[in-house]
Design a protein around this ligand. Structure first.
Ligand code: FAD
Length: 343
């Protein structure tokens, strides 16, 4: 059980900046995100695209913004739990019990939902028979590479993840069939070249401009796949296991079950505290709704600042929370680990 002041659900830009605003007020936080890197949409959907409307930064990419936010929150030592989804949030005593799919448990005085457009989930394969295949044979992420040793493996997709795993599992698997719906790959040149080397060595077969139409199985175990290409050819390939990398799509997921006042796929909050219908649970960034809401990073930053003040007030009732400037406040300098100049 990890005890903390605040659990922040989502490590997108607003969740990360929430750590900073809480840290300035002397509150610690643990951040959980279902994807394996911080940055939310910025790192998942547009890492290389320039952003022009972050105040004081004329231009930066999604990846640069994430790196800078990570650097900015460093002094506060927040726990970062990536690749794990928060599935349970329920009141307990004065605070909340928070639990993840991966078995982590937190006891927190407040919760901030910074879940953006939802939790990113792998896009599922739609093919005849796919629903009948067990999780041991049809997978969307690699948990243990050794599982594929000596197996006939199919990898579906043409992006970084698909190609990285072809290259990494090529020497371990008996054989890999790579199926891609185009003939160009969205991966770094060196990885594509390494995949081509494995193909030349007979370890990998590529089926390009192609789609899996059917999975063959015995009980729930995969036995083969039927692949069709743009030229109208059909291939029947024997396989033991399949890995699918069709990218990630957001889903509101378990948040819908936490008893909050939901407005379509967003959570209603007030504009003074950014608190949800459950006192002590706050929501900032793209996930929240109030009249006039704009889904912009700078709006989420403002919301995180006001939510932090409201949380401080909740945790320390009866004590006035003063605004202090980071420029001049010795307390904030201490929290930031900044040494004041000797007079
Ligand atoms: P997100 O960035 O969506 O992050 C939320 C995180 O929460 C995700 O990583 C998700 O996995 C996680 N999560 C959700 N549910 C759970 C759960 N149950 N457990 C664990 N984790 C969970 N905005 C601008 O201001 N300027 C721009 O120029 C701009 N350009 C954009 C370009 C594109 C192509 C796109 C798609 C968006 C752009 N935006 C821009 C919008 C901006 O990216 C969003 O406003 C911003 O990312 C919202 O941040 P957030 O932290 O609220 O949520």
């Amino acid at each position: 059980m990890i005890k903390t002041d605040v659990v922040i659900i989502g490590a997108g830009p607003c969740g990360l900046f929430q750590v900073f605003e809480l840290g300035l007020l002397g509150l610690n936080a643990e951040v959980v995100d279902s994807i394996r890197q911080p940055g939310g949409q910025c790192s998942e959907l547009y890492p290389d695209k320039p952003i022009y409307d972050i105040p004081g930064i004329p231009v930066c990419t999604g990846e640069e913004l994430t790196e800078n936010l990570m650097k900015q929150i460093e002094p506060f030592g927040a726990g970062l739990h990536l690749g794990d989804e928060v599935s349970v949030v329920r009141p307990e005593g004065d605070g909340f019990h928070v639990a993840t799919d991966g078995g982590k448990q937190f006891s927190a005085k407040a919760v901030v939902i910074a879940a953006g457009v939802g939790s990113f989930q792998p896009r599922a394969l739609r093919a005849k028979g796919a629903d009948e295949i067990g999780e041991d044979s049809l997978q969307y992420r690699v948990r243990d590479p050794e599982q594929y040793a000596g197996k006939n493996l199919a990898i579906l997709g043409g992006g970084d993840s698909a190609l990285d795993w072809v290259v990494e599992l090529g020497p371990i698997a008996k054989h890999i069939t790579l199926v891609h719906r185009r003939d160009e790959y969205r991966a770094v040149d060196a990885t594509v070249a390494a995949m081509r080397d494995l193909e030349a060595a007979g370890k990998v077969t590529t089926l390009e401009n192609a789609k899996v139409s059917e999975l063959q199985h015995e009980d729930s175990e995969l036995r083969g796949m039927i692949v069709g290409n743009k030229s109208g050819e059909t291939f029947e390939v024997d396989i033991d296991q399949m890995l699918v990398f069709f990218g990630l799509a957001p889903k509101l997921g378990p948040i819908a079950e936490w008893g909050l006042d939901i407005n379509r796929k967003t959570i209603n909050v007030d504009t003074e505290r950014f608190e949800t219908s459950t006192p002590g649970i706050f929501a900032v960034g793209d996930i929240n709704y109030y009249p006039g809401k704009k889904k912009l990073i700078l709006c989420g930053f403002h919301e995180a600042a006001l939510a932090a003040f409201a949380i401080k007030q909740r945790i320390e009732p009866g004590r006035k929370v003063h605004v202090q400037y980071t420029t001049t406040s010795p307390v904030m300098h201490e929290r930031l680990g900044v040494k004041d100049d000797e007079e």
